[in-house]
Design a protein around this ligand. Structure first.
Ligand code: HEC
Ligand code: HEC
Length: 202
């Protein structure tokens, strides 16, 4: 039941990051960019990440990702709290305004969607039991599309999801909030495999 008590995940934010997210709420609304076009500033990013859906192993899809979540991760890359090449070098020179501008641009890219064969029913049953047990929906939303600073995970690349969960479990990846590190402690290798296979096929 730990997960439910921790829904206020923002409480663990570093003060500097909290100020960044709070400032965004006060910013003037931007005029809507055309949904089909890749924002100009993302040209170097989509070379690796794809324009919404990633085709590259180990590189996450960014389409439809929650902008507040992207701010937290670019912040963590810049501060080297989340260690991952090449993102630490890429984010090193970003100003706070850059973090927000890249995050808002990323969020306009079309979200990934699974287009392969449906997941095996036995896998679905096992994974849905894990999702219920660990209350993934209580934070990531009923459809796992995320909200605010909690990431969209549905239809993310399978090997990236598995890598992320393993990195939380080993604490190699400290979240901006410890929620995921706590959740992942109770996941076996088989659980991680099932969750990644299921969530990537949504
Ligand atoms: C050379 C390839 C490459 C380029 C260029 C690149 N990225 Fe990345 N990016 C990665 C990889 C690989 C990861 C996964 C890092 C990890 O966790 O191991 C990543 C992770 C991320 C994440 C975290 C996503 C998540 O779900 O947590 C964000 C956000 C991101 N990149 C944004 C950007 C932006 C914005 C740009 C352009 C300014 C960019 N990236 C350019 C390779 C790249
Ligand atoms: C108490 C709230 C909470 C619960 C419960 C929760 N998550 Fe998370 N999750 C988060 C937060 C917050 C993050 C971002 C942490 C960070 O900074 O890396 C996250 C990040 C993730 C990521 C990394 C996404 C990316 O793009 O890198 C994955 C994968 C994930 N969660 C899967 C799950 C799964 C599967 C479950 C259930 C087994 C779950 N989460 C349960 C709050 C939660």
């Amino acid at each position: 039941m730990r997960g439910l008590a921790r829904i206020g995940v923002i409480r663990g934010l570093a003060p500097a990051l909290g100020a960044l997210l709070a400032g965004a709420a006060l910013a003037a609304p931007q005029s809507a960019a055309p949904q089909s076009a890749v924002p100009e500033r993302l040209a170097p990013c989509v070379a690796c990440h794809g324009s919404g859906t990633s085709e590259a192993e180990g590189v996450p899809s960014l389409g439809g990702q929650q902008a507040d979540y992207v701010v937290t991760q670019l912040f963590q890359f810049r501060e080297k709290q989340r260690e991952a090449s090449p993102m630490n070098d890429i984010a090193a020179g970003f100003s706070d305004d850059d973090l927000r501008a890249y995050a808002d641009a990323v969020a306009t890219l079309p979200p990934p969607a699974w287009s392969g064969p449906a997941a095996d029913p036995a896998l679905v049953a096992r994974a849905q039991a894990l999702v219920a047990k660990h209350q993934c929906n209580s934070c990531h939303g009923a459809d796992l599309a995320g909200r605010d600073a909690i990431p969209r995970i549905r239809a993310q690349r399978e090997e990236y999801l598995a890598q992320a969960l393993a990195a939380y479990k080993s604490n190699a990846r400290p979240g901006y909030d410890p929620a995921m590190n706590e959740v992942a402690q109770d996941l076996s290798d088989a659980d991680i495999k099932d969750l990644a296979a299921y969530v990537s096929r949504l």
